[in-house]
Design a protein around this ligand. Structure first.
Ligand code: SAM
Length: 473
């Protein structure tokens, strides 16, 4: 019944195969010989199967776990260097007709203020985001074909790309909206979106049906097969994820990797990103009433195991996580984070009063983007505002081949430095700027190709002088 290449949800995410995987992982969690051989395989940086990775996730041996963490950190460095891509979510509308039991936007919530941004309001939000220094957004909406039809989303994308305020620009719009049709995915692609992101929430079908009792999202197969339709519609950068806390994490972990294997098997390209959101308290949602919550250690182990199982896939952690937790998982494989986020509809241009909050969940990391950028640089990470790949048409397997050819250091690294320079010149506080300029000087030396290095130095000067920007390789 299990078939990674099938386009049927219940065949590529096969319940029996997951149960078999969990049993295999349990049987072998003390099998140090097998664990060693899996770690050896992971060191070849070609990834692991869901079965192999599940054994590592189940492993309780402290020494082996240390090896897993070290390897995750090394793989992260090899593929992503010390760059961390920055983004912010932009909530367009919280009208929703679904009944998701963990989300405060569910239809039965009658007291949360319902809001939908007009194009004028979107402009104000985008200007506020540009003034923070953001270049990359993730659009979020509830599912409501009357209030948030695809035309509204498309119009909003056009508005966002059209706004040029001072030196600001949103150069990449990723979209996180409910599962939709091939035709709508095609329209999103034509509108110039970056990644299409959709969280599975849970891969466990029975739980899925209970957690989504009403509304179009109740349809497990339609939701699970969304990425196939997105690919058919021409979107080759897709982002998957589960909401940890809804079902048992080991089940979800195996499901996530099976989903990645499925995309690779059918379309020749795995997911562009994997997100690891954890359930949070929200308006009428008490996260502690869900019994499958995971602690920080388990969370870190999941991140490390995903990192070594799918080395070419970016990994995203949001402001659902605290500064401390984010710091820990940055070392283990996270390559993209949000900063200065608002999870309400509106709220960047003007803060919402707490009593009128339209927020989707409570944010843990409430620091400004400037604080997040400085914090990253203090740890010697390079905050990157780069959006070059997708604008150069390097999506899907073309992006993956850039990763695989090892050219990242001559391409992504310079692009990260030039976009960081833009940030420092246009938006940073004096303290952040000072730390950043020192980091740039040091990092320039890490560009292996001499000609590229000289070109970057030239561009950095032009940005400094204010006579040009938006350079990319
Ligand atoms: N409405 C879209 C859909 O149906 O997929 C997606 C947008 S929704 C605004 C983004 C994500 O937030 C959801 O996919 C869910 O995983 C997450 N989310 C919902 N409630 C949450 C909560 N209480 N805590 C943390 N994340 C939550």
């Amino acid at each position: 019944m299990y078939n990674a290449a099938s386009k049927k949800a219940e065949e590529f995410i096969c319940h029996e195969e997951i149960l078999g995987t969990l049993a295999y992982a349990d049987e072998n969690k003390h099998n140090l010989e097998l664990i060693d051989s899996i770690i050896e395989k992971a060191k070849r940086r070609k990834g692991l199967t869901h079965r192999e990775a599940s054994v590592l996730l189940a492993c309780e041996d402290e020494q082996k776990n240390e090896e897993i963490y070290r390897l995750a950190e090394q793989i992260k460095k090899d593929f992503y260097g010390n760059r961390i891509v920055m983004f912010a979510p932009l909530y367009l509308s919280n009208y929703c007709i679904n009944g998701c039991t963990y989300c405060p936007y569910h239809l039965k919530n009658k007291h949360i203020p319902r809001k939908k941004l007009t194009q004028e309001e979107i402009k104000r939000e985008v200007i506020a985001l540009q003034d923070m220094g953001h270049k990359r957004l993730a659009l979020e909406t509830g599912e409501d074909p009357v209030n948030n039809p695809i035309e509204y989303v498309l119009e909003s994308i056009r508005t966002i790309y059209s706004i040029k305020h001072k030196n600001g620009a949103i150069r990449r719009v990723n979209v996180n909206i409910a599962a939709t049709t091939v035709e709508n995915y095609r329209k999103l692609k034509e509108a110039g979106i970056g990644t299409y992101i959709l969280f599975q929430e849970t891969y466990h079908k029975d739980s899925y049906l209970t957690l989504h009792p009403t509304g179009p999202k109740h349809d497990y197969a339609y939701h699970t097969e969304a990425m196939d339709r997105a690919m058919e519609g021409g979107i080759d950068d897709v982002g998957i994820g589960v909401l940890f806390g809804l079902d048992k994490y080991r089940y979800e972990f195996a499901g996530l990797l099976m989903h990645a294997e499925h995309l690779e098997a059918v379309y020749g390209v795995g997911p562009h990103t994997i997100s690891v959101p954890r359930l949070r308290d929200a308006d009428d949602i008490d996260a502690s009433s869900f019994t499958n919550g995971i602690d920080d250690d388990t969370f870190a182990k999941i991140v490390a195991c995903i990192r070594i199982a799918v080395p070419y896939t970016g990994m995203i952690v949001s402001t659902r996580e605290s500064q401390k937790c984010r710091e820990r998982v940055l070392h283990l494989g996270i390559s993209q984070i949000s900063g200065g986020s608002r999870t309400s509809v509106g709220g960047y241009a003007e803060k919402e009063p707490d009593e009128e909050s339209s927020a989707q969940f409570e944010v843990s990391d409430t620091r400004t983007l400037d604080e997040v950028v400085k914090w990253l640089m203090d740890m010697e990470y390079i905050p990157s505002f780069c959006t070059a790949c997708y604008r150069e048409g390097r999506t899907g397997d073309r992006f993956m081949s850039l990763c695989k050819s090892g050219q990242i250091q001559n391409c992504c690294h310079p692009n990260a430095l030039m976009t960081l320079k833009e940030y420092l010149v246009d938006y940073a506080s004096p303290d952040t700027r000072a730390v950043g300029e020192a980091l740039l000087l040091k990092e320039l030396e890490h560009i292996p190709n001499e000609q590229v290095r000289a070109k970057v130095a030239e561009h950095l000067e032009v940005i400094e002088n204010g006579t040009g920007n938006d350079f990319r390789f």
